[in-house]
Design a protein. Structure first.
Length: 86
């Protein structure tokens, strides 16, 4: 994504392309602040463009990548830890 000089007015296909690029990066885990830095656009403009293209916003402070915790299977021994053993 190229950095757009401040004060540049985006319209039509150029605006739509930026919105799609921002959505792709946000969906890949980038924060809005990272998108602001990369695009050169103000925070409000980036947020508005993301909303226009239908992004489902993450809660503030949410992890960028959701990690799943695998539950141990019955065949796997589960270690038992206690304060005495440590």
């Amino acid at each position: 994504m190229r950095k757009i000089p401040p004060g540049t007015r985006l319209t039509g296909p150029e605006r739509e392309k930026l919105a799609v690029d921002l959505k792709r990066e946000y969906d890949a885990g980038a924060s809005i602040r990272q998108l602001v830095e990369a695009s050169g656009r103000p925070y409000g403009a980036v947020h508005f463009l993301l909303a226009e293209v239908g992004v489902e916003f993450r809660p503030c402070g949410a992890p960028k990548v959701v990690e799943t915790i695998a539950s141990p299977t019955e065949t796997e021994p589960v270690p038992i830890l206690s304060r005495i053993a440590l």
